[in-house]
Design a protein around this ligand. Sequence first.
Ligand code: TTP
Ligand code: MG
Length: 413
Amino acid sequence: MSGRIIMHVDQDAFFASVEQQHDPSLRGKPIAVIGSAARTVITTASYEARAFGVRTGMAVWQARQKCPHIILVTGDNRKYTYTSARIVEMMQQYTPQIEVFSIDEAFLDVTGSLSLYSSPERIAHLLKDEVRHRFGLSCSVGIAPNKMLAKLASDMNKPDGLTVIRPEEVETVLETLPIGKLCGIGARMERQLNLLGIRTCGELGRYPVERLKRKFGVTGEKLHLMGRGIDDSPVIPQEEAEEVKSVGHSTTLDRDIEGRDEILRWLLQLSEMVGRRARRYNVWGKTVTLSIRYADFDTWVERQDTLPSPINQSADIYRAAVAILDTLVLEQPIRLIGVRISNLRYESNQLPLFEEELKKVFLAGAMDQVNDKFGDFTITYGSLMEGTRREEKGAHVISPAWRPSGIRNVDVK
Ligand code: TTP
Ligand code: MG
């Protein structure tokens, strides 16, 4: 393999396996973990329970229908965050280049570790053995030239899998792969792409990028790259993640724009991206900044407004950005436009499931990558980009599973 070698490690049935490890009487049995607050929904199920058709998100009564002798265990987040942190600590010996991606997932850039180990597969075997011996858990590993493909690979042979996608195999793997399998293409986006006649990644990669851009705005380009299996986003270790001071998105436009309607459409899309990201991390901003670069590429305009109280709803951000726009007399057509909130307030008690400890893992491990191409093209007001229906909100390109992608400023190119 040339280029980067990225490994994605995903624990199998994580919460359930931790519970089975903790209480040996649960091992080998169909169990499901339910939330400590909302006890009516299955958080995750052991593979023994999955064999009966029990799935995450299922109501408890449905799970009982599928598997009458299922054992329900109330989740204990402290156990999971503790185990998660210790696994990450253990993985450090293989490479310091580890990005904690969620409570049971991490990316490892092992490119630099190969002088110490004979092959990436060898690292994966050692790591899997160690997870089993030290934690009594099994995990699935994907190895590929980038994060997107490594994540795809780790999911291909679950549980206890090890899947390698070599650079020369990428095209073949993607050719027939349904687009919904790609981390980042949610059900709505899948439907929208299906309507264009795109069902596989191969078809997505071949679809004219210009048409994708016209339909999905800034997301179109990314979809195109995804279809081709391209993802340059780096693995960003926790300690390199900076404290976040603002949440923003900006985009360089394909062509200069000057009509107010068109500017507003971009503002709406950018405001939604900022709002979505801020909400995901329970962050509010009191200051809204609008940045504009004119067509001559030399002149920047940056104006901000500080509001009476912090906001993170997209509509509020949009409204504030439009208010700022209305104070400007535009001198030339616009080439770049950006929206940002700053003066941030964190609402720590609002994380729905996880506790303080995990929040740290999430916020630190999750700090977004500067170049995280696949990190947050969460939304697009696709229809609005075409100037059609306002209430049609566009698709969630990134599924919630592609978390945590952090809240750092990102330029959408
Ligand atoms: P996942 O890795 O999605 O699921 P999993 O580890 O249980 O199973 P798999 O073998 O398919 O990887 O999520 C990791 C843990 O996160 C999971 O054990 C429970 C928790 N979780 C939630 O709390 N809510 C959710 O919606 C999901 C999907 C997971
Ligand atoms: Mg998992």
